[in-house]
Design a protein around this ligand. Structure first.
Ligand code: NAD
Length: 497
């Protein structure tokens, strides 16, 4: 069985319709094929050893050149996958983010790779100790569809910088991008250096069971648990980049207009299909009317029209479109107020999956929009009376991937930073912490584990190997059996009676 199979627009693999006739043999064949591929990369890693700094820089250079050379193909492929994806959003979030990450890694690689000399305690002198940076081996990367290039290639930057090899399994929900990724990687790297395997859920599932030296998974919290369970069979260490509900808290001391502008930008970029999009807003109780008015104005100035506006991205497929509509219907049924932002009052064809953003007021706490990760252009507004109450609201829920706080008061900022925990934070803006090449990225608890990006990306795929060098002349023999008066004397000196 080939690891390339067709997927329909909703990401159901053609295997799904044939699943009933799928034999255990066919699934076994996928596993065998993946195992053989992993074996090939592991053998190549063993025979060629760890690449030196200049070889790694060459790998990063090649990746940068390939991404830049194919940037328009990437934008076209992603747009085909989404129905419409803003070209600018692709160039910023898929191309620029990856290229910046490469440039940062290249500039710092020498320093990151350096052996780290450590102290030895006086009793072991004149021995010495150091920590050696060693590639882990072959890394598996499973990526999500919402930023299908960035989420496959940013982990790869850390993997290559750390001197490893990789196999990537891109999401079946972005098949055009998966094809471009496969071509781009095939043209750039030897088949036993970096490989891409495409396919449906059967391939993804088999992939997560492979004995990689490390597995990076980007996707939902629900699947993160399944992947971690599969990796545990082989004690494969995992980096889990998951999702959740990221709050934006508007403080008393921050202008509503500016907050609305920045929150609407974060919510509408990629039509809200961003893991760190502000999911909901915590707003001082008396500011709801002003905030709604400013959100409307901010959205209108960014997107005066929707249907034929190339800047406004579509929802990726019918299943996700229906999911978002069901959240709205649920909120409506539960008595919430829904304010649709549709500046030109267009009739939007559901087949095109352009969804007008909706602000939601007065939603009961157990509404879907307040319980599920939204991952689309819906913004519930939750009123609060005191900052302490807003903080408690966040802390009563699973730890988010991102948190946004709009405030000028340093003491309020310190309070939020101290009293909440999240994967990352942007103060007085949304999402920009992910664009900082010197900051790590990763969730906490249900929003993920481990970090990548920046130095932490290099470290995630590096074994920090502690090495002790005994000296020719040393005192180790003084504490060997048979233990007698000499050992007693030394121990009395070291640890007392
Ligand atoms: P998903 O969990 O449905 O799928 C993610 C990937 O898992 C896909 O590539 C899929 O092929 C693969 N997969 C499916 N079944 C599998 C299995 N049994 N074993 C192994 N892999 C399997 O997520 P999605 O819909 O692609 O992405 C949306 C979710 O991802 C959201 O929750 C979002 O917040 C999260 N996300 C997180 C980040 C981050 O950096 N933390 C980035 C993007 C998206």
């Amino acid at each position: 069985m080939s690891l390339v199979e067709n997927v329909n627009q909703n990401g159901e693999s053609n295997a799904a319709s044939e699943r009933s006739s799928d034999t255990a043999g066919a699934i076994g064949a996928v596993r065998d094929e993946l195992s053989a591929l992993l074996g090939k990369l592991k053998a190549a890693q063993r025979s060629s050893g760890a690449p030196d700094c200049s070889a790694r820089i060459e790998h990063l250079d090649k990746l940068e050149r390939a991404v830049l050379a194919r940037k328009h193909d990437i934008a076209t492929a992603i747009s085909a996958d989404f129905g419409n994806r803003s070209r600018h959003e692709t160039l910023v979030a898929e191309v620029m983010v990856v290229v910046n990450e490469i440039r940062h890694a290249r500039a710092h690689l020498h320093e990151w790779m350096e052996t780290d000399s450590r102290d030895v305690s006086w009793m072991f002198l004149p021995a010495r100790a150091e920590v050696v940076m060693q590639p882990l081996g072959v890394i598996g990367i499973v990526s999500a569809w919402n930023y299908p290039m960035q989420l496959a290639l940013t982990p790869l930057v850390g993997v290559l910088a750390a001197g490893n090899r990789a196999i990537i399994k891109p999401s079946e929900l972005a098949p055009n991008t998966a094809d471009i990724l496969k071509e781009l990687i095939g043209e750039t790297f030897a088949a036993d250096h970096v490989a891409v395997v495409t396919g449906g859920l059967d391939v993804a599932e088999a992939f997560s069971h492979l004995p990689f030296d490390h597995l990076v998974f980007t996707g939902s919290t629900r699947l993160g648990k399944i992947v971690m369970r599969a990796a545990a069979e082989n004690l494969v260490p995992v980096t889990l980049e998951l999702g959740g509900k990221s709050p934006a808290i508007v403080g008393d001391g921050y202008g509503v207009a500016q907050a609305a502008q920045k929150i609407m930008f974060g919510k509408c970029f990629n039509a809200g299909q961003t893991c760190i999009a502000p999911d909901y807003v915590l707003l001082p109780k008396d500011r709801a009317d002003a905030f709604v008015k400013e959100c409307r104005a901010a959205f209108q100035s960014m997107y005066p029209t929707l249907a034929n506006n190339p800047d406004y991205t579509a929802i990726v497929n019918d299943r996700h479109f229906a999911r978002l509509q069901s959240y709205l219907a649920n909120a409506r049924d539960r008595g919430a107020t829904i304010i649709e932002l549709n500046p030109a009052s267009e009739v939007l064809d559901p087949k095109a999956r352009k969804m007008a953003p909706a602000l939601i007021l007065n939603a009961p706490g157990d509404c879907l929009v307040l319980e599920e990760e939204i991952f689309g252009p819906i913004l519930p507004i939750v009123p609060y009376e005191s900052l302490g109450e807003a903080i408690a609201y966040v802390n009563d829920r699973p730890r988010p991937l991102a948190l946004y706080f709009f405030e000028h008061s340093r003491s309020c900022i310190d309070q939020v930073l101290r009293d909440t925990i999240s994967g990352g934070v942007s103060i007085n803006d949304t999402m920009l912490h992910i664009a900082q090449t010197d900051l790590p990225f990763g969730g906490v608890g249900p929003s993920g584990m481990g970090h990548y990006h920046a130095r932490e990306g290099f470290e995630a795929f590096t074994k920090k190997k502690p090495v002790f060098y005994q000296s020719r002349i040393n005192s180790a023999g003084l504490l060997r059996p048979p233990y007698g008066s000499q050992a007693n004397f030394i121990l009395k000196f070291l640890v007392g009676r």
